[in-house]
Design a protein around this ligand. Sequence first.
Ligand SMILES: CC(C)(COP(=O)(O)OP(=O)(O)OC[C@H]1O[C@@H](n2cnc3c(N)ncnc32)[C@H](O)[C@@H]1O)[C@@H](O)C(=O)NCCC(=O)NCCS
Ligand SMILES: Nc1ncnc2c1ncn2[C@@H]1O[C@H](COP(=O)(O)OP(=O)(O)OP(=O)(O)O)[C@@H](O)[C@H]1O
Length: 200
Amino acid sequence: MAFIVGLTGGIASGKSTVSKLLEKRGFAIVDADIAARKVVEPGERAYMDIVEAFGSRVLLEDGTLNRAKLGSIVFQNEEERKKLNAIVHPAVRKKMKDWQEEAIESGKQTVILDIPLLYESKLTHLVEKTIVVFVNEETQLKRLMERNAFTEKEAKSRIASQMPLREKVELADAVIDNNGSIEETETQLDQLIEKWKMKP
Ligand SMILES: CC(C)(COP(=O)(O)OP(=O)(O)OC[C@H]1O[C@@H](n2cnc3c(N)ncnc32)[C@H](O)[C@@H]1O)[C@@H](O)C(=O)NCCC(=O)NCCS
Ligand SMILES: Nc1ncnc2c1ncn2[C@@H]1O[C@H](COP(=O)(O)OP(=O)(O)OP(=O)(O)O)[C@@H](O)[C@H]1O
């Protein structure tokens, strides 16, 4: 039986940073954001449903999804976001299940499911343990604005579309504090791998 771990946090809290460190150590990563990109490629079912629901205004000239445009719609309006989630999330779950099975078939002993909305979407039954990557509000806002070149208003509307990170910390089996340097994060991660006896 493989050990299935849920890795979550808030937007720009450092999930990808931690999952890269885990990947470097040989762990299998199944990333919900990558699945969510894959299932909206032109021709996919979810792509067609998005065009039907939001119109061709959310497409670029080459026919691919205009993610910036769709983001500006759904992070300002909860109804629109729910509409998008209802189209994309079932396809994401299916894709992630396939990737998890592939990882186990290839002999992986631990599979990390990197899911930003693990708690919001009530997916904890899919995993044995959860890890939350935590940063304080100031760091989160600063890193998000820098990474995506967002205004403060854009960044805040995305943060507000998720469960507050402090509430996620309360629900976690383990917390990695990513306010400091990457090296400090790496040390905490290695201690957790040791504590949980995680084997790639
Ligand atoms: C709206 C979209 C097109 C914006 O794309 P963009 O390239 O700007 O962002 P990206 O997909 O890289 O997401 C960045 C982060 O935003 C947060 N986020 C994304 N979607 C959501 C959502 N529906 N609700 C809350 N937070 C979200 C996550 O923390 C994610 O890691 C895209 O995020 C999307 O399709 N979202 C719906 C699917 C989804 O829920 N994805 C999250 C994991 S399943
Ligand atoms: N310890 C750190 N010190 C400085 N910068 C960091 C640190 N950890 C992450 N970052 C930077 O902060 C930003 C957010 O990190 P990352 O992309 O890993 O977050 P994420 O949780 O995966 O985000 P998302 O939910 O949007 O996918 C990135 O630009 C990353 O390079």
